[in-house]
Write a protein that binds this ligand. Structure first.
Ligand code: BGC
Length: 987
C-alpha cells in the first residue's frame, strides 16, 4: 500500500452507508501473511475525509502442515507406568441398583512392599475401604461434589509378603448428580514399592469381585466371595481420576546471528502454559489455552516476540501445569481428553532483517526441569515451593545439563485453532479493606468485592515457612472463611518460602478462585493490608457500556452484574467462578447475553464460544446443556439452555451487525431446529427435553428444577423464539427459503401454543408468572388477549405483595413485558424493592455480585453461589429501556430511545460503544414530568425517540425550534433524530 495502491483487495469507492459487515473479497490469504489495510471515507457532501494511516493484521497458521514443532511430553517413567496400569473404572450388574455395591480383591505378594499407596475413587460416593479387614480412613467426602472428587491417595505403609485383601463399598444414589452418566463406578490402583526399589502396581479390573448384598463380615480376609460376580468395565467415559501432578519447565538455548526484523511465537499446551524468552514473560495472558473440548480442538496463540529477542545467545522456556485440560473435576476427570497433560507445542519463527528466516521449535533438543509448582489444579489451587525455584531458568547461559532431554509425543487427535478472543489476563488490582484475626495466627482479609482471580502475597520469613491462603465468598459466624458452598473445590493456595531476606512475592500460575475473603494461615508475623493484593482475572473483553442512572439500587444492580460478568468470562462463559463447577452452562449464557453484550464487546468471544457449542452438538442436532463438555454431554436439548445455540449468534449479530457469526453457525442452527421438529411434529416441545431444567430456581419451586411453570409450555415458547430468530438470521444472510420456512415454523408453534396454553380469558398455562412472561415476550399471546394476560400477571405479582416468583428463564424478561404493557410504576416498584425476593434485597444484604438464587443469604449451601450472573440478565433491560439505548436494527444502525420513566428516578442515561461509534443518552425529569433528553447518535445511524407527552405538549430542540413529530399517542410523542448530538425537550 506504500505506493497508494492495494495489491490484495481494492473495493473501490462504494456509494453506500454500509460501514460494517463488509466481507473481504480479495485474493485468498495464506498462513502468516501480513495484510495492510485502510478505509477511505467520503461524507454526505462528497468531501473525502483524511484516511487513517494503514494498519495491519496477520494470518495465523491455517494448515496443520504449518506446524513443524513436535509435541513434547514430560511424563516421568513412574507417572507413565501409573497411567498405563490405570485407575480403571469398574462396576457390576445390575448397573443401577441402589444404594451400595461392594468390591473385593485378593492378591498375593511374593515379597513385602516397604511402602504401599492406594489410589481409590468411587462414583458417586466411596463409602469405605479396607485392607486385610481393617478400615482405612478416608478423606472427608464432599456431599455435593458436582464433578465428583478425584481419587483419594491413601498411604497404607508396609505390606508383608503373603495374601492380602482389599475391600471397598461404593454408594450409588441417583439424585446425587443430575448429569449423565449417572451410573456408578469404582476405581483403585495399588502401588507397591519393594525393598529392591522395584515398583509394582495392581489395578482395578476383572480380578475384582463385586456384589450388592453381603454378610456382615464381607471385608474380612478369607471371606468366601465365590458367589460374587467378576467386575466389568464401568459404562462411563474413560478419564482417570489420578491426582494432579507437578508443573514442569521446558527450555532450550538458541543463537541468532543476525538482526531480527520480526518474530512470532505460536504456542499451545495440553494443560496451561506460561512462555518466557530470555527471562521475560511472553504476553500477560493467564491459564492459556482456554477450556475447550480437547478431543476436538485446542487453542493456540500467536505472540509478537520481536522485542524479546537479541543478537547472539537467546533462550526460550515454558512453564506448563495441568490447566483446564487435566482438571480433576472437569467433570470428566483427569485424562478425560486422552493424552496425559502437560504437553507442549511451540514454534518460534524469526524473520531477519535480510529476509532470511529461522525456526526454533519444540523438539528433542529441549530439556525438562522441575518446577516450584508441586501441584496445580483449577478448583483446588496451587502449591508453590519457592525453595525449588531455579533462578534464570529461561535466560541464556543457565546450566540445564542436569535436566533430562524432552521426549516427543504423538500429536493429540484435536485440531489446533487460533484463539481469536481476548486472553484471560489481570485487569485490575484490588486492595484488601480490612484484616481480622478470628483465631490466633489466622488472619482474614476482606477485599470488599466478590471477584474471580488470584491473590498476590508479599511475605518475609524463613525458608520452609508455609503460608496457606483459603478463599471464600462468605464468612462463618466465628469470622473464619466459609467454604461450604464451594463443595469439592478446595480453593486454597500454599506458598513455601525460600527465605529471601529482601522478602518474596507469590502469585499462582495455574489456578484461580472466586472470592471476597482470604484466610491466611502460617504467615510469619502479623500481616498488614499490604501483604495481599487481589488480582482480577478474566477474558479481557473491551468494556462497551456505561450506565448512568441516578438511583443507588439500580446502579448497584448494574455494577453487580458487571462484576459477575467479569468473574465468569474466563475463556468460556461460566456459571460461577468458585465452586466445583465453573462450566459453560448454556442457559445462563442464553439469558444473560443481552446484558453481556451491553457491558462488553462480546463479538469475538461469542464467535469463539459458538465453536464450543457446535463441538458439543450431538450428531442428531441437539445443542447441549453446557459447553465444552469434558464428558459425554446430554443427548437431548433442554429448553432455554440448548437455545443458546441460536440466541448467542443472534445477539452477537444484532449488536455488531456482523453476519459472519451467523454463517459460522447456520448449519448447526438448522440442524437443531430440524431435530426439535422431527421430535415434536405437533409443534409443542413435548418430547426430548433432556434434563429439562425448567424455570430453574424459580421461587415457586421447592427443589431446583421442580415444575413450576409447565415445562412443555416453557419448551414450546423457547422453540417459537428460536425459530423466529432463525428466520431473521436466514433473511439477512440471503437464505430466503429458509427464512420463510422458519417464519412459518414459528407461526405453527405459536398457533399450537395458543390453542394449548392460552385461554379465552387471557390466562396462560397454570397462571405462573413465567408462563405469562414467556408467552408475552415471545409474542405468543394473541393481540386481543395481551392486556388481559398482563392484568393476570400483574395480579399475581400483587398477590405476592409485589414480588416476582420467577427463575432463570422468566426473570430476564419480566420488566420488558411490563414496560411494553405500559406498567412503568410496577417496573420501578420491582427495581427499587428491597424486601425478599428482589435484586434490591441482594444489594441490601451487601451483595457485590449477583447471587445464584434469590435467597442466597439463607439458601441451601450446596447450590448457593454468590456470583452467578443469570438473575442479573435484567441489566440488558436497564440499558435498553431505562437508559434508552436499544438496537432497533443490526449494529445499532437504528436506535430505539424509549426510556421507561417514573417520578422516583429523576435522571438517567447511558453510553455504549457501538461499531458505528459512541451512542449516549441523558434524560432528566423536571417539575411536572417535563423531560429533557440529549442523545449522541453515530454516523450512518439514526434514532427514533419516544418521549412522554400530554396532548398539547410539543417537542423542541436545543435552540427552542419545534421538532417534527413522527407519531403521537395520548401519552407519548415520537420523533426521529440523526447522527450527532441532539437535545430535545418536551413542554
Ligand atoms: C449451574 C447453573 C446451571 C444449572 C443447570 C447449575 O448447577 O450452576 O447455573 O444452569 O446447573 O440447571
Amino acid at each position: 500500500m506504500a505506493g497508494g495502491g492495494a495489491d490484495l483487495w481494492d473495493s473501490g469507492r462504494v456509494g453506500s452507508d454500509q460501514s460494517f459487515d463488509v466481507a473481504y473479497a480479495g485474493k485468498p490469504l495464506g498462513s502468516r501473511q501480513r495484510c495492510w489495510w485502510t478505509v477511505e471515507v467520503w461524507d454526505e457532501a462528497g468531501e473525502q475525509l483524511a484516511a487513517p494511516p494503514p494498519n495491519w493484521w496477520e494470518m495465523g497458521l491455517l494448515e496443520p502442515g504449518d506446524w513443524t514443532a513436535a509435541w513434547l511430553a514430560v511424563e516421568g517413567e513412574e507417572e507413565r507406568e501409573d497411567r498405563l496400569a490405570g485407575l480403571n473404572w469398574i462396576w457390576g450388574d445390575p448397573p443401577d441398583a441402589e444404594p451400595a455395591r461392594r468390591f473385593r480383591f485378593c492378591f498375593e505378594l511374593a515379597d513385602a512392599a516397604e511402602d504401599a499407596v492406594l489410589y481409590i475413587a468411587g462414583r458417586d460416593r466411596l463409602l469405605s475401604a479396607h485392607i486385610d479387614g481393617g478400615a482405612i480412613a478416608l478423606p472427608a467426602w464432599e456431599r455435593n461434589a458436582f464433578g465428583r472428587a478425584g481419587a483419594a491417595e491413601l498411604r497404607l505403609g508396609r505390606l508383608g509378603a503373603g495374601t492380602h485383601t482389599l475391600a471397598s463399598e461404593v454408594r450409588l444414589s441417583r439424585n446425587a448428580t443430575r448429569l449423565p452418566p449417572g451410573r456408578g463406578a469404582f476405581a483403585a490402583l495399588l502401588k507397591l514399592r519393594h525393598a529392591d526399589g522395584r515398583v509394582s502396581r495392581l489395578a482395578s479390573g476383572p480380578g475384582w469381585r463385586t456384589a450388592l448384598d453381603a454378610a456382615e463380615d464381607w471385608t474380612r480376609p478369607g471371606f468366601d466371595d465365590a458367589a460374587w460376580a467378576a467386575a466389568r468395565p464401568a459404562a462411563i467415559d474413560p478419564g482417570q481420576p489420578l491426582p494432579p501432578t507437578p508443573a514442569r519447565l521446558f527450555r532450550r538455548d538458541f543463537a541468532l546471528g543476525k538482526p531480527v526484523e520480526r518474530a512470532r511465537l505460536y504456542i499451545t499446551a495440553l494443560g496451561a502454559y506460561e512462555a518466557f524468552i530470555n527471562g521475560q514473560r511472553v504476553g500477560d495472558g493467564r491459564l492459556a489455552p482456554e477450556s475447550t473440548n480437547f478431543r476436538k480442538r485446542a487453542l493456540y496463540r500467536a505472540h509478537d516476540v520481536t522485542t524479546l529477542l537479541r543478537h547472539g545467545a537467546n533462550a526460550i522456556g515454558a512453564h506448563v501445569g495441568d490447566g483446564w485440560y487435566a482438571s480433576v473435576v472437569a467433570p470428566g476427570g483427569r485424562y478425560a481428553f486422552g493424552p496425559p497433560p502437560r504437553r507442549l507445542r511451540a514454534q518460534l519463527e524469526v524473520v531477519f532483517a535480510d529476509g532470511s528466516t529461522a525456526v526454533v521449535r519444540t523438539d528433542g533438543d529441549w530439556r525438562i526441569g522441575s518446577s516450584p509448582v508441586l501441584t496445580s489444579e483449577i478448583y483446588d489451587g496451587e502449591i508453590w515451593d519457592a525453595r525449588a525455584e531455579q533462578p534464570g531458568w529461561s535466560a541464556p547461559g543457565f546450566d540445564a545439563s542436569g535436566w533430562p532431554q524432552a521426549r516427543s509425543a504423538t500429536a493429540p487427535p484435536c485440531a489446533l485453532v487460533a484463539e481469536t478472543a481476548p486472553p484471560i489476563r489481570p485487569t485490575m488490582t484490588l486492595e484488601p479493606r480490612t484484616i481480622s484475626e478470628p483465631r490466633p495466627g489466622v488472619f482474614v482479609f476482606d477485599f470488599g468485592q466478590n471477584f474471580a482471580g488470584v491473590c498476590r502475597l508479599h511475605v518475609k520469613g524463613k525458608a520452609g515457612d508455609r503460608v496457606e491462603l483459603r478463599f471464600a465468598e462468605i464468612l462463618k459466624a466465628d469470622g473464619e472463611v466459609d467454604q461450604a458452598n464451594l463443595r469439592a473445590a478446595k480453593a486454597r493456595d500454599i506458598y513455601i518460602l525460600k527465605g529471601d531476606p529482601a522478602g518474596e512475592t507469590f502469585e499462582p500460575s495455574f489456578t484461580y478462585h472466586g472470592f471476597r475473603y482470604v484466610e491466611v494461615e502460617g504467615f510469619p508475623g502479623t500481616p498488614t493490608l499490604e501483604a495481599l493484593e487481589g488480582v482480577v482475572l478474566h477474558s479481557d473483553l473491551p468494556i462497551a457500556g456505561d450506565l448512568g442512572i441516578e438511583q443507588p439500587l439500580i446502579g448497584r444492580l448494574w455494577r453487580n452484574s458487571l462484576w459477575s460478568q467479569r468473574s465468569n468470562f474466563t475463556g468460556i462463559p461460566t456459571d460461577c467462578p468458585q465452586r466445583d463447577e465453573r462450566l459453560g452452562w448454556l442457559g445462563d449464557a442464553c439469558v444473560f447475553w443481552d446484558a453481556a453484550a451491553f457491558n462488553m464487546d462480546v463479538y469475538a468471544f461469542t464467535a469463539r464460544f459458538t465453536d464450543d457449542m457446535r463441538d458439543a452438538q450431538t450428531e442428531a442436532g441437539a445443542f447441549s446443556d453446557y459447553a465444552p463438555p469434558a464428558m459425554r454431554a446430554g443427548d437431548e436439548p433442554a429448553p432455554g439452555w440448548a437455545d443458546a445455540g441460536v440466541v448467542l449468534p443472534w445477539t452477537a449479530w444484532m449488536r455488531s451487525g456482523n453476519t459472519s457469526v451467523i454463517d459460522r453457525n447456520w448449519d448447526a442452527i438448522v440442524r437443531y431446529l430440524g431435530y426439535l421438529e422431527a421430535a415434536n411434529p405437533d409443534h409443542l416441545w413435548r418430547n426430548k427435553r433432556g434434563l429439562d431444567f425448567g424455570d430453574w430456581l424459580a421461587l415457586d419451586a421447592k427443589q431446583p428444577g421442580d415444575p413450576t411453570t409447565p415445562k412443555d409450555l416453557i419448551g414450546s415458547a423457547w422453540w417459537a423464539h428460536s425459530a423466529g430468530l432463525a428466520a431473521e438470521m436466514a433473511a439477512v444472510i440471503g437464505r430466503t427459503d429458509e427464512a420463510e420456512r422458519f417464519a412459518a415454523l414459528r407461526e405453527q408453534i405459536a398457533q399450537a401454543f395458543q390453542s394449548t396454553y392460552v385461554r379465552a380469558d387471557g390466562g396462560v398455562g397454570n397462571d405462573s408468572q413465567t408462563g405469562y412472561i414467556l408467552a408475552l415476550q415471545f409474542g405468543l399471546v394473541p393481540e386481543a388477549l395481551r392486556e388481559a394476560a398482563v392484568e393476570r400477571l400483574v395480579a399475581d405479582i400483587d398477590r405476592r405483595d409485589g414480588a416476582l416468583s420467577t427463575g432463570f428463564l422468566g426473570t430476564p424478561f419480566a420488566l420488558d413485558v411490563l414496560a411494553d404493557a405500559g406498567r412503568a410504576a410496577l417496573v420501578y416498584d420491582l427495581l427499587l424493592r428491597t424486601e425478599f425476593p428482589s435484586w434490591g434485597y441482594m444489594a441490601a444484604k451487601g451483595a457485590t455480585t449477583i447471587w445464584e438464587r434469590w435467597n442466597g443469604d439463607v439458601g441451601d449451601v450446596a447450590m448457593n453461589s454468590f456470583n452467578h450472573y443469570a438473575l442479573g440478565a435484567v441489566t440488558g433491560f436497564l440499558f435498553r429501556r431505562i437508559a434508552g439505548i436499544a438496537p432497533a436494527a443490526p449494529g445499532f444502525k437504528q436506535v430505539a430511545i424509549r426510556p421507561v420513566l417514573d417520578p422516583r428516578v429523576k435522571r438517567g442515561g447511558g453510553a455504549f460503544r457501538s461499531v458505528l461509534g459512541p451512542i449516549s443518552t441523558e434524560w432528566e425529569q423536571g417539575e411536572h414530568g417535563v423531560v429533557r433528553l440529549t442523545a449522541l447518535i453515530p454516523p450512518n445511524a439514526q434514532a427514533r425517540v419516544h418521549l412522554p407527552a400530554r396532548p398539547g405538549q410539543r417537542v423542541q430542540d436545543d435552540a427552542g425550534e419545534p421538532v417534527a413529530e413522527l407519531a403521537r399517542t395520548p401519552d407519548e410523542v415520537i420523533v426521529e433524530i440523526g447522527s450527532g448530538r441532539s437535545g430535545l425537550q418536551v413542554g
